[in-house]
Structure formats: C-alpha cells, structure tokens
Design a protein around this ligand. Sequence first.
Ligand code: TXA
Ligand code: MG
Length: 317
Amino acid sequence: MISTDVYKAADLLSKGEVVGIPTETVYGLAASIYSEKAIRKVFEIKQRPLDNPLIVHVASIDQMETLTKDVPEKAYRLAGAFWPGPLTLLLPKSIDVPGLVTAGKPNVAIRMPGLGLTRELIATAGVPIAAPSANPFGRISPTTAEHVARYFSNEIPLVLDGGPCRSGIESTIIGFEGEEPIVYRLGSLSLDEIEAKVGKVQLRNKKEVAPDAPGMLSRHYSPKTPTVLCDDLVTAIANRTEKKIGVIALQNEVAGENLVQKVLSPKGDLKEAAQQLYAAMHELDQSEVDVILIERMPESGLGVSINDRLERAAQGE
Ligand code: TXA
Ligand code: MG
C-alpha cells in the first residue's frame, strides 16, 4: 500500500479514489476536486466536519487562475516569491471549484506544493487535488508515508511515498482584505520571510479573531498522551510525578531518570526542529510514556510557527 509509483497514484486519483500524498510540509489525504465521492470520503475518514474546507493543490499558475477570480496584486507577488512552496493563498473562487471543497465559502485555499513529486502527480492526474493533512481530526499531522499508513491503511488503497517531509509543519495561510494580506495560520513560511516581500502583515490566527478560518481550533495537532509546553524543562521535570516522562527538547538532552528524550536539532536550528517535530511527537505518543513535555522554542523566525503548534498540542493539559 505504500508505493513510489506516481503513475499509479495519479490513476487512482483520476478514477475518484482517495490516496495519501507527500508534500514538502506534511502528507495529505488527496482527492480530485471534481470527484464528489472522493471528496466526501476525505471528510468522512478524517472525521472532519463538512464546514471545514480543504486546500486545493495545483501544479501551475494557469491551473490556479482557472480556479480563482479577482486575484489581488499582492497575491501574485507572494506566489511569485514563494511558489512552489509552503504558502496557501485564500482567493475568491471561480465557478470551477465545487462548493463542497470550500465548505460553501466564497474563497478557495490554493497552494503549489514545493515537492516536485507532488507537482508531477497533480500534472499527471490532470486535475487540481484537494488535500487536508492526512491525520484524523485534531491529531498529529503525518510527515512520513508510514505515519499515514498507521492512521489510514484500512481506508485508502495507496500512500505515495516521497520520503520524510523536508519542512515538517503545515503551510502558512494568507488571505486578503482588498490588497492587505492577513495571516490566518502560521506555518513553514515564517512571518519574517513574508514581511520581507510585502511589508507588515496582520496576524489573525486565533479562533476568537478568525471565525472564517474554521481549522484554527485551539486544541489541535495533539498526541493522545497528555502534552505540556514548558518554558524550563528542568523545573518542569522536577515537578512531575509520572513514572515515565517523554521529553522533546530543542538542542540538549536533560539530566534525569525514566526519561525518553528526543532532541530536535543538536545545533539549535529551527528549520531542522520544525522538520523533526511531528516525527518526535508521533514516536513518543507510540511509546509508553505517561506525559510528554515539550520545550518552548525561541520566539523568532520559524520558532513562532512551532510555538503556535505546541500551544495547540498542549491545550487543555
Ligand atoms: O501544508 C499544508 O497546508 C497541508 C498539505 C497537505 O498541503 N495541508 C493542510 O490542510 O494543512 P488542512 O486541511 O489540515 O488545513 C487547512 C486549513 C484548515 O484550517 C482549513 O479550515 C483552512 O485551511 N481552509 C481551507 N480552505 C479554506 C477556505 N476556503 N477558507 C478559509 N479557510 C480555509
Ligand atoms: Mg490539518
């Protein structure tokens, strides 16, 4: 069921099947936007409410243009700078996009993935591909084909294997009010990189201020194991009473007994940390630890996006 055969995956997609696909950010649960049956199946097996729309993946700007209208000039500027790549643009949809995909909303979320294999798949299938992250609603996103197979091997015929995702957290989502860009979800493209292209942008990534971005629930990206975000791991460990503690640290292991530890980047590189994060969470969630403690990242560059995910993963604990 895990396969590297891009033609087989494309064939299944064009026949209205749901397949797992790699991208540079996380793996997706993919369907042709024109197959109502496949799109319904995506919502169903992900247990995703029908009012939470899907991102559409394209292989070219031409394809994007058939799916949208009235594209702001700054959207073209951002696409020019960051596509193919981990940037999703919210744009007014054309009549070509079925309402089921956008959950009845007037905008469609579109991105051109950075992984060449994904674009080859879309071009071969010959249709735009809707794909949410390939995890059950609220759970940790998958960054390997094996993660997808573990979640969905009974429900889908194939996962296309593109290796471990090189970015490791989801795309950054940007919408527009007139020409003004608004960031609705922090992600693999950092705020600094975006602002270097289009100037200061508004951040509206909390549910209270972004009722239009239904995916931004506070608890999300969560392991089954209770997960705690820590400013200081040493103090946090000293205060825990659990028998077996999982630890995810940025740079250095911590001294202590009964710890199962993951270091995200020995050299403290936040890009590497983002790339490693979900795999570390998956691994500790599979192991027999009673709690997972995760170190807060420095609040700069990609650290801002990683901390956003960690806050959601730890919500309610
Ligand atoms: O990196 C990514 O973006 C991955 C890969 C597979 O491309 N996809 C992904 O999809 O993270 P998903 O469905 O897990 O998250 C998409 C988010 C959701 O919060 C959804 O509510 C929002 O985008 N979204 C999608 N279409 C939208 C629309 N038309 N209007 C507003 N929000 C939208
Ligand atoms: Mg998701």
